[in-house]
Design a protein around this ligand. Structure first.
Ligand code: S3P
Length: 180
């Protein structure tokens, strides 16, 4: 579907770990007066454990299943008339069935950043199970770029959150209304 003719009450932020999805998402939701949801926080809150603990105790496939279910719920809330900005996890949009959910629920925006910048932002933090080894991190980044490229819009993720939000909001002026 053409991004311009889509329902615009759901904005889904897409991108690799460290690309700023949560920071940008919070700011964007504030500016729109919409709800903000961080998908990872939602999953962790529901399970009562951290994302790392889910990976350690139950494995990545189990996490991916929780992630898909959490996304379906958010898509349903958008469809039920509850506008929201959703920050996806770094792997969410790499999965075809998740992209389908996002595609039918709203607009996707990719925060694109060079991998060296992303690694500098996330290395040294131990709460991301897939960001512990640089070579693995870079390989995953390359593997996922084509999937991120399917988002409706691409933003330069090296700019400030404020600038990115202004650009997203300016899409409205280009005939792509984000208002409910
Ligand atoms: C993941 C990214 C993380 C989190 C989990 C897996 C990934 O989210 O969902 O650790 O597969 O890239 P962030 O992108 O918010 O760090």
């Amino acid at each position: 579907m053409d991004a311009k003719s889509k329902q615009k009450t759901g904005i889904f932020l897409v991108g690799f770990m460290g690309s700023g999805k949560s920071t940008v998402g919070q700011l964007l939701a504030e500016r729109l007066g919409w709800e903000f949801v961080d998908l990872d926080d939602e999953i962790a809150r529901r399970q009562g454990v951290t994302i790392s603990e889910i990976f350690e105790q139950s494995g990545e496939p189990f996490f991916r299943d929780l992630e898909h279910r959490a996304l379906v719920e958010q898509a349903e809330l958008v469809a039920a008339g509850r506008p929201r900005v959703v920050a996806l996890g770094g792997g969410t949009f790499a999965v075809a069935r998740n992209r389908e959910q996002v595609e039918s629920a709203g607009v996707s925006v990719w925060l694109d950043c060079p991998v060296t910048e992303l690694w500098a932002r996330v290395s040294g933090h131990d709460h991301r199970p897939l960001a512990q080894d640089r070579a693995r991190f870079e390989a995953l980044y390359e593997e996922r770029r084509p999937a991120y490229g399917r988002a409706d819009f691409r933003m330069d993720g090296t700019r400030s959150a404020q600038q990115i939000v202004d650009t997203i909001l300016s899409l409205e002026e280009k005939g792509s209304s984000l208002a409910p």
